[in-house]
Design a protein around this ligand. Structure first.
Ligand code: RRO
Length: 320
């Protein structure tokens, strides 16, 4: 039997295996992200970086729930100019780095992308979907036209692969994914956190100072998996699955749904960075047992079995 390769290529960005951390997990410190890589991830993703430093929301910004975690960090970051040196350090450490970023306008997105490219990032993840800044920045991913415009402006400023990270908090994720593809996105990351809230029964008020936050972890997996399924039907570019991956079985589900790679975030809180190696080893065993020699052979396989699940709306020739 031919030797198994776990390597994947995302629009020219080569990964030794199809796992990365989800943006925000373990922040952006080079030594911490190096630990993710050393633990087995194929590449690392930074916390989202913006044009200027932001302190984020006041505490509490994170609450652990039975099915995952709810956060309203509020995009805390030191600003792109500070981060230029951190990218250089990650390069020195030999860690393939995806720089996640955001802006408050089309122009700001483009400027940050330009700076991150010059700094030496290997790929960019355009965060169109932070759920925690609705007032100031607007939730870009809710508007397909804006997603297309921002993506096109970013693509004009960089030669790097651009992954556009979408929100599950929309009526039709396919429409937004298609808009990103029209704007020139090289891949879609599906999806960011699910908007939610928690209330403290003793204080009788919301736990998070921001009131609402983004839910992540096992509870969101069925929603995120459905988004990957739909997005992979709507676009030709690769899809990166994100949402509640904790075990290798979760990762395989995402591949079968149409993802070419997965991002693992909240599981680090419960399983530590070892989760990356565990998922990779489990995936390798699964491929060996089932006779797959390349990850691509697994991608989207469940669609072949699921043709009968096409909805009546899809058959009605509605443009997505
Ligand atoms: O910083 C945050 O509050 C945050 C971001 Br940028 C994001 O993309 N997703 C999320 O759940 N929280």
């Amino acid at each position: 039997m031919s030797k198994i390769s776990l390597a994947v290529d995302l629009a020219g960005f080569h990964l030794r295996n199809p796992t990365m951390n989800a943006a925000g997990v373990l922040g952006m410190s080079p030594p911490l992200l190096k630990r993710v890589y050393d633990a087995g991830a194929g590449a690392v993703v930074t916390k989202s970086i913006g044009p200027v430093p932001r302190t984020g929301h006041p505490n509490p910004t994170l609450v652990q729930l039975s099915g995952g975690a709810l956060n309203a960090m509020g995009l805390p970051n030191p600003g792109v100019d500070y981060f230029v040196d951190e990218i250089a350090k990650l390069k020195e450490l030999g860690v393939p780095t995806v720089a996640s970023f955001f802006g408050g306008s089309v122009q700001e997105f483009a400027e940050v992308a330009y700076k991150l490219t010059k700094a030496g990032a290997d790929a960019l993840e355009l965060n169109a979907s932070c759920p925690n800044v609705a007032e100031e920045l607007g939730m870009l991913a809710a508007d397909a036209g804006s997603v297309e415009k921002v993506t096109a402006a970013v693509k004009d400023e960089t030669r790097l692969p651009v992954f556009v990270k979408l929100s599950p908090n929309v009526t039709n994720v396919k429409t937004v994914a298609k808009a990103a593809e029209w704007g020139g996105a090289d891949a879609i990351t599906a999806v960011n956190t699910l908007l939610g809230m928690a209330i403290d029964v003793n204080f009788r008020r919301p736990v998070l100072t921001n009131v609402t936050g983004g839910l992540s972890g096992p509870a969101v997996k069925p929603v995120a998996l459905r988004c990957v399924w739909e997005v992979s039907q709507a676009v030709e570019i690769p899809v990166i699955g994100c949402g509640g991956v904790t075990t290798w079985e979760d990762a395989v589900e995402y591949l079968l749904a149409g993802a070419s790679a997965v991002e693992i975030g909240t599981a680090v809180m419960t399983r530590g960075v070892e989760v990356y190696g565990e998922v990779v080893r489990g995936l390798e065993r699964y491929m060996t047992k089932n006779g797959f020699s390349r990850v691509e052979e697994v991608v989207g396989l469940a669609h072949e079995a699921g043709r009968h699940t096409e909805s009546r709306v899809d058959k009605c020739n509605i443009r997505v």
